[in-house]
Design a protein around this ligand. Sequence first.
Ligand code: ADP
Ligand code: MG
Length: 240
Amino acid sequence: MVEARGIHKHFGPLHVLRGVDLVVAERELVFVIGPSGSGKSTLLRCLNRLEEPSSGSVMVDGIDLLDRRTDLNAARQRIGMVFQSFNLYPHMTALGNVALALRKVQGKARAEAEARAMAALERVHLADRAGHYPGQLSGGQQQRVAIARAIALEPRVMLFDEPTSALDPELVGGVLQAMRELREGGMTMVVVSHEMGFARAAADRVVFMADGAVVEEGPPAQVFGAPREARTRAFLGQVE
Ligand code: ADP
Ligand code: MG
């Protein structure tokens, strides 16, 4: 589903991705960990071309994202992204926020957009909050609305960049539950997060990055239970 090869990214003199390969099979959940500044967000952003890699190739669902002939807007609809900050419009209800993407991005008429938006809110168990404004929702509920907004577009893969990092601890569980259910529904997912418990329970593969490169990867039991690399052990020793 995702095949990124040899990704390099420079920001001026900074060489932040140094030849990263990331291949994600359909229905796989790949969990990316690593120290702050190691390039995790930049890598995710390269996967939907919010950042342009300096070199390398990115294929998503068979589409070459770096080919100048690729219709980027169409390609990006296959790739849902959820960030640490939910970025909902404060003056629109939960339903309105989710429906807006369907109307603007996919050109759906209002009635169809709202029906689909409601179905997406049901999937994150927020149908009963459809008429609430973001200010009337907890951070965890707002993040679930952001997830609904992404899945309403029926992406082929979902990218999560620290989706629970901005949340109070008691609100994290609901968001992880929504992610777990998405995964059970067969969604292909790449998740950058520090929620190691979630990784152990839900990830097919854990990728450890440091200094813009993949240091080690494997099943969670191996990476967490018997890391091969000293850098992985040092990192896990700090976070767990
Ligand atoms: P992580 O998500 O692992 O914390 P990032 O991908 O955000 O790491 O950042 C990797 C490095 O790239 C950091 O040194 C960061 O300061 C730098 N960086 C990220 N985005 C930009 C940018 N737009 N311009 C310049 N430097 C950037
Ligand atoms: Mg980051």
